[in-house]
Write a protein that binds this ligand. Structure first.
Ligand SMILES: [Zn+2]
Ligand SMILES: [Zn+2]
Ligand SMILES: [Zn+2]
Length: 329
């Protein structure tokens, strides 16, 4: 069973994807489906002896280009729709045990170029409204395959968090004549206490209103709506600040820090150019070296996050963690 169901109360789509129950769960290292296929070994997703960066369609997709038809029988009040979309997997390296923060800047630049390419190609399809590039990293956030990889979901709708952000930005633009993200970044820079590091094109900070202890947002300094607006220098600058933040994360507690990374940018249905602003959000689940944050009553029940640390202090901690400047190689 695969379909979209509309929650009219919370105004959001839910993807019902029961076939995902059978997906690969923590296979032994020898059987990693994301490694290159070894001579005489079991076939993997990549039928090659080695690779650089690979993108392929997810075997257990939550959205499909040709989804099953839905039977609207018995539904008058409730609304459902076909789960039409595309889910892709991006392999960052062929190195199974590779640590991304140790990889050279050139790998990050390639990664950014691949993301840009996928954003444009998937976004150009008429049934795709939003291309979401993200990474779940670490068992703590439920990762089942340890090989360094990210994902891309191309949705036939605008996901609710994006819609909420864009509605706020649109409203602000109407009232104040300015992009809300540009304004927020301007205020963060004026204050300065939550800025971690920056280069010509991007600024990394712990937002004033962070909900997680080590939440980090990377904002484009200029009003770039999406990857479409990037110059070559901006691609390199994004790669450099990404690598810098990952190095800081891994140096923070001396282990590879798990996180959820979300790239937020303009929808691909043609709307929102003036009020969408390219940014990346990182959500590491650790509150301290040995304590995790769990979403509980207040967070899941009513959406009121409790952050038990001060964003100004956490930003200072991350600022002091090496490297202190944006990495150039
Ligand atoms: Zn692997
Ligand atoms: Zn802006
Ligand atoms: Zn956002």
């Amino acid at each position: 069973m695969l379909e979209l169901r509309w929650n009219p109360i919370q105004k959001r789509w839910i993807i019902i994807a029961t076939h995902r129950q059978n997906r690969t769960y923590k296979p032994p290292k020898d059987y990693c489906p994301l490694c290159p296929t070894k001579k005489g070994g079991l076939p993997t997703e990549v039928p090659a002896e080695d690779y650089d960066i690979v993108v392929f369609e997810n075997k257990f997709p939550s959205l499909q280009p040709v989804p099953p038809e839905i039977t609207k029988k018995g539904f008058k009040f409730f609304k459902c729709d076909k789960a039409r979309g595309i889910c892709e997997v991006v392999l960052f390296t062929s190195d199974h045990d590779g640590i991304m923060s140790e990889k050279p800047l050139s790998r990050y630049i390639k990664m950014v170029k691949v993301w840009r390419d996928r954003y444009q190609e998937l976004g150009a399809k008429d049934f795709i409204d939003y291309v979401f590039i993200f990474e779940n990293k670490g068992e703590e956030v439920g990762v089942t395959l340890h090989h360094p990889h990210g994902q891309i979901y191309a949705y036939p709708f605008i996901p609710s968090i994006i819609e909420q952000e864009l509605n706020s930005s649109k409203e602000y633009l109407k009232k104040e004549g300015k992009c809300l993200f540009c304004k927020t970044l301007q205020e963060e820079k004026k204050d300065g206490r939550r800025i971690i590091v920056s280069n010509d094109s991007f600024t990394a900070l712990v937002p004033f209103y962070a909900s997680y202890s080590y939440e980090v947002h990377i904002y484009a300094n200029k009003h770039l709506s999406s990857f479409n607006d990037f110059s070559e220098k901006e691609e390199i600058d994004l790669a450099a600040i990404l690598k810098t933040i990952l190095m800081k994360f891994d140096n923070l507690f001396g282990f590879v820090l798990p996180y959820i990374m979300a790239i937020h940018q303009q929808p691909t249905n043609g709307t929102g150019r003036e009020y969408s602003h390219f940014h990346i959000e990182f959500y590491p689940p650790y509150r301290t070296k040995d304590k995790l944050k769990y979403l509980a009553g207040s967070e899941l029940g009513v959406g009121a996050f409790i952050n038990d640390s001060l964003p100004e202090e956490k930003a200072q901690e991350l600022r002091k963690t090496l490297p202190q400047e944006v990495i150039l190689v």
